[in-house]
Design a protein around this ligand. Sequence first.
Ligand SMILES: Cc1cc2nc3c(=O)[nH]c(=O)nc-3n(C[C@H](O)[C@H](O)[C@H](O)COP(=O)(O)O)c2cc1C
Ligand SMILES: Nc1ncnc2c1ncn2[C@@H]1O[C@H](COP(=O)(O)OP(=O)(O)OP(=O)(O)O)[C@@H](O)[C@H]1O
Length: 315
Amino acid sequence: MKTVDLTSCQPPSRQGKEPSVMALGFFDGVHIGHQRVIQTAKQIATEKRLKLSVMSFFPHPKEVLEGKTVSYLTPANVKESIFGSMGVDTLYLVKFDLALAKMSQAEFIRNYVVAAGAEHVVAGFDFTYGYRGSGNMQTIAQDGEGCFEVTEIPKAELFGQKISSTLIRESLLQGNVQLVTACLGKYYETAGRISEVRTVGQRGQVIVQVVTMPYFTLPASGLYEVLAEIGGAVSHGIARRKEGSDVIELKLKPVRDIVCHSPVSLKWVKPVSEFIFRRTLRMKKLEKGRPGGYSGDGFASDYNADADFPGDRVR
Ligand SMILES: Cc1cc2nc3c(=O)[nH]c(=O)nc-3n(C[C@H](O)[C@H](O)[C@H](O)COP(=O)(O)O)c2cc1C
Ligand SMILES: Nc1ncnc2c1ncn2[C@@H]1O[C@H](COP(=O)(O)OP(=O)(O)OP(=O)(O)O)[C@@H](O)[C@H]1O
């Protein structure tokens, strides 16, 4: 997949335009609603033997227009690799600034969407564009002046709510990673780098500190079951997110070759009750060494009581 960077001063060049089916939107998180937009565009592209393109924006319009800090779900490079894996040929990444915001709806469609070669446009029922967001799915065909066809994707819902990047951000801030998984159709994934490694306990468990990369949203403070991928190997672990920190404390079963600065990808599986986690550790400690001792089947029971998080002495 190739990425074409565009700005308010640099629209796509009409000379190099490539006919495509174009999916339109910001697509933070690439949740199930977004996937339907892109997958439908892909299907149409295959039928029409056209390339598949996505036109997306950065930064988020809310940051530029309302001065709000947006807690991103997926940084641009992650979004790019997701698009690539979905069969997108070209990503038009438009820098969203005040000059772009002020562009009239017809101007944006003519100078960006048509100029890039869109012959068919696919977007969700609530896609808006142009000055004050005045353009929508009812106006887009007219603004296209017959240059492209339009397909509108109906609302994808979960429990009566629209699946949205906003709902996912809010759910992460509440620690509801299971709802996030349901909205994404996969585990939410964050990327980071190891800043510290400690081996603890008789069984050589490791506790690593992971510094999260920018433009991800971490779940609320607490304990979570995670899948950690380090150096191509995936292992189960328990992650602790501390309030306001972008450093994750991660407890893993013995894993070989963990070194500082290694990249780590964390898939957030589910919250773990602190109470149950501590109780399991306590039971293990009490039963340690006794024949027929505790053989709890919970996730936490896989963890050696000697290997508590720093400051987490089992009482
Ligand atoms: C070219 C262009 C110009 C836009 N200009 C404005 C604007 O002037 N005011 C505004 O509120 N939103 C503007 N938007 C933003 C969208 O209409 C929409 O509000 C924004 O993407 C946020 O969408 P959301 O509410 O679904 O997150 C513009 C979008 C595009 C693509
Ligand atoms: N639940 C959904 N069902 C169908 N289409 C959707 C859904 N959510 C978003 N889309 C479409 O996907 C594209 C990208 O939308 P956008 O990035 O604004 O997503 P969003 O989840 O609504 O984001 P936010 O919550 O930040 O407003 C747009 O064309 C939009 O209409």
